[in-house]
Design a protein around this ligand. Structure first.
Ligand SMILES: CC(=O)[C@@H](O)[C@H](O)COP(=O)(O)O
Ligand SMILES: NCC(=O)COP(=O)(O)O
Length: 237
């Protein structure tokens, strides 16, 4: 079975748009778990434009399933992770000004940097995962850092799948086979959706966990729209 961790960044983005507390991030985290998701993912960024560092602390006792915190391990991020001690930290090399994550780590060039952070997190009983492009060399590099898992960056797969190019899953299949052989756990995420998730899962052996946010929240909005409009219309009769 592959676990679903719901990324709630978009809930915070919506909340921040009005400066209030609607939707409430804590209540959404409680609900996604109540509805069966096996984990909650957040990805705080230095400008706190969506999930805030304070949210990360507030969620500590709310997430009773798997708590996955993703981000670029700058000193503030690392300090927060070591204080919260989530189930898993996913290291992502996103630039401060990136709209969203747009590349995986070069695990060869950054081996010693990653190894140090991973060792610190593991000493604190935090499972580690490194965000990587679907490249065999990057999987081999990841093993050398001592990480528990890798998270395959699925943006390329997702965009190609939409164009009808199902072969785009092949590098992911190959990476998953190699990662499993080398003893790494396999996670995946970015732009996974109701449209592409089943095909991805079927072609990625030993997939332990997917983290999904953007599409899942959009789908929830679309699928809830008719019901909510009907409720308004009834009240306006
Ligand atoms: C690592 C990754 O792919 C996700 O964390 C993604 O960056 C989601 O974050 P946003 O919703 O802020 O784009
Ligand atoms: N790690 C990927 C993630 O948390 C969610 O990415 P997306 O579904 O928002 O693209």
């Amino acid at each position: 079975m592959t676990k679903l961790s719901v990324n709630i960044n978009k809930i915070a983005t919506l909340r921040n748009a009005r400066g209030g507390d609607m939707p409430n991030v804590i209540n959404v985290a409680k609900d996604v778990q109540k509805f069966g998701a096996q984990g909650v993912t957040i990805h705080p960024r230095p400008d706190e434009r969506h999930i805030r560092y304070q949210d990360a602390y507030d969620l500590k006792d709310i997430v009773t399933t798997e708590y996955n915190i993703e981000g670029n391990p700058n000193p503030k991020f690392l300090d927060m992770v070591l204080k919260i001690k989530p189930t898993q930290v996913t290291l992502v090399p996103d630039a401060v000004d990136a709209i969203t994550s747009n590349a995986g780590w070069d695990t060869v060039t950054h081996k010693s940097f990653l190894s140090e952070i991973i060792s610190e997190c593991k000493k604190n009983n935090i499972r580690t995962s490194i965000f990587v492009d679907p490249s065999l060399a990057m999987i081999e590099g990841a093993v050398a850092t001592g990480t528990d898992r890798i998270e395959l960056y699925t943006e390329e797969f997702a965009s190609q799948y939409t164009l009808g190019n199902k072969k785009a899953v092949e590098p992911y299949t190959q990476c998953a086979i190699l990662a499993h052989k080398l003893g790494l756990g396999i996670n995946a995420g970015h732009d996974l959706s109701l449209e592409n998730i089943q095909f991805f899962k079927e072609n990625t052996p030993n997939l332990l966990e997917v983290s999904i946010g953007h599409a899942l929240i959009c789908e929830a909005l679309y699928q809830g729209l008719e019901s909510v409009i009907n409720q308004y219309l009834k009240k306006l009769q």
